[in-house]
Design a protein. Structure first.
Length: 395
């Protein structure tokens, strides 16, 4: 059986037979194999750099919260732990994960301006930012933070904010449903993420909180060894191995796990702005090895529909985004971190420069735990990409 295991082949019949064996030695060995195949294989699949925390954690409200605030805290603790809400990314300990999910512990974004915090959670965030002295940058793999405006009502939003402001040693005033309702109304026209700088221009970080946050600097771990190994391998071989050994169900779980970041751009929750193509709908044909490259080196081949350009105007101003419209009157750029499309008249354009960098971050595979997770994820992507496509390449 271990020989089968080494070749990633399972003989369930043989396992059942040995489990029922009267020979104690054989039954014990079989139980170990069973554990390996079923428990370790299945539940261990979500183990990115940090281990998954799927247990529901009981948080006790601090004594300073009374009455309605206490109730809100308890509701907030439950919302925080809902699937794909906060905990999947920021974790039960609140300290976030690796170079992609910032910490909520001691963060000025959490403890400071209530309006800035409410705006962040209603509409999501995407752009470079520094939290507790650590830089988070989409160019280095940071995915967008989910917009919760369609997922949580005012009372629920207030509850989860009250929770994060009063857990893990955080201590800041509770947030009320009325104040969330006001912010929601003020920002009702918004349909995309905030660029953090845009929010900071309106609500600068509080200097005393920034000074105090330095003591909460996170410990960062990433799997650069796996990335190195994959980049040094022949993509044709990587694809062949994934097709043979990867597990589609586990791969799908990884794709939709906040810890891999994939769904946040390719199939986001709650109808949020989609930054990357919906993989099943793709109609172009790519060889397996090209799909591998689009994950390992996204900038090598950029889907023209998602390519960024920089427009330089005759006045020397620059705008970056995806070309939504391009005709002889104007160019319209859309940018996921900007609420309004940017319209630039043709007569004002000096030059349009194609960006050599994909919106899809490089080095996401650093977030995977091991080669098996890569095989699973790749197999899922290979089988999903174009699966709804109608046109097939004929030659
Ligand atoms: C899909 C993963 C994801 C989920 C789910 C998520 N966040 Fe975030 N969050 C992020 C990322 C990524 C950033 C940094 C975004 C950037 O750099 O632009 C962030 C930033 C933040 C920040 C500002 C920085 C900091 O660490 O203080 C706050 C506050 C925050 N999130 C709170 C929440 C709350 C509350 C929830 C649940 C209601 C939540 N997040 C759900 C990924 C997530
Ligand atoms: C920050 C947003 C973002 C994240 C996160 C992201 N992608 Fe992408 N992805 C894109 C964009 C934008 C494109 C299209 C541009 C391009 O081709 O480079 C793309 C393209 C792709 C393609 C090529 C599509 C084609 O034409 O075949 C694949 C495959 C892919 N992504 C897989 C993944 C996987 C797997 C993950 C998770 C490990 C992931 N992506 C995470 C934004 C993202």
């Amino acid at each position: 059986m271990w020989l089968h295991q080494q070749h990633d082949v399972r003989n369930e019949e043989l396992l059942a037979e040995l489990l029922a064996s009267k020979v104690p030695h054989a039954a014990v060995a079989a139980a170990t194999v069973k554990h390996f195949w079923h428990d370790v294989d299945q539940t261990g699949a979500g183990g990115f750099v940090a281990e998954p925390e799927q247990e529901f954690v009981k948080f006790d409200p601090p004594a300073r919260l009374a009455g309605a605030d206490r109730k809100a805290y308890e509701m907030g603790a439950e919302i925080y732990q809902r699937e794909a809400h906060c905990m999947t990314c920021h974790q039960a300990h609140g300290k976030g994960m690796g170079i992609i999910y910032p910490s909520l512990v001691g963060s000025p974004w959490v403890l400071g301006s209530e309006e800035r915090l409410t705006k962040s959670v209603l509409h999501g965030l995407w752009g470079p930012m520094t939290v507790n002295g650590q830089a988070y940058d989409p160019a280095r793999g940071v995915p967008p933070m989910t917009a919760f405006r369609a997922l949580l009502n005012d009372e629920e939003t207030a509850a989860v904010l009250t929770f994060v402001r009063n857990t893990w040693g955080n201590n800041a005033a509770a947030v009320t449903a009325e104040s969330v309702a006001n912010v929601r109304q003020e920002t009702a026209s918004r349909s995309t993420f905030w660029n953090p700088d845009e929010l900071l221009a309106a609500h600068p970080l509080e200097p005393d909180l920034v000074a105090a946050s330095a003591s909460h600097a996170p410990e960062i771990k990433t799997n650069t060894a796996l990335e190195k190994e994959l980049l040094a391998s022949d993509p044709v071989v990587l694809a062949r191995v994934a097709r043979a050994r990867g597990n589609v169900a586990r791969g799908k779980k990884l794709f939709y796990d906040a810890r891999s970041t994939c769904y946040t751009c390719h199939d986001p929750l709650g109808g949020a702005a989609r930054i990357g193509p919906h993989l099943p709908d793709l109609k172009t044909t790519l060889a397996d090895a090209e799909v591998v490259e689009s994950i390992l080196q996204p900038s090598k081949r950029i889907d023209p529909e998602y390519a960024q350009v920089t427009v330089v105007t005759t006045e020397g101003r620059q705008f970056t985004g995806i070309k939504a419209t391009d005709n002889n009157r104007e160019v319209v750029l859309s940018n996921p971190a900007q609420s309004e499309p940017i319209r630039i008249a043709r007569t004002e354009i000096e030059e349009i420069i194609d960006s050599p960098v994909s919106l899809m971050p490089a080095n996401l595979v650093q977030l995977l735990k091991d080669r098996r997770e890569f095989n699973d994820l790749l197999r899922y992507v290979l089988e999903t990409r174009g699966s709804m496509g109608v046109t097939q390449q004929t030659d």
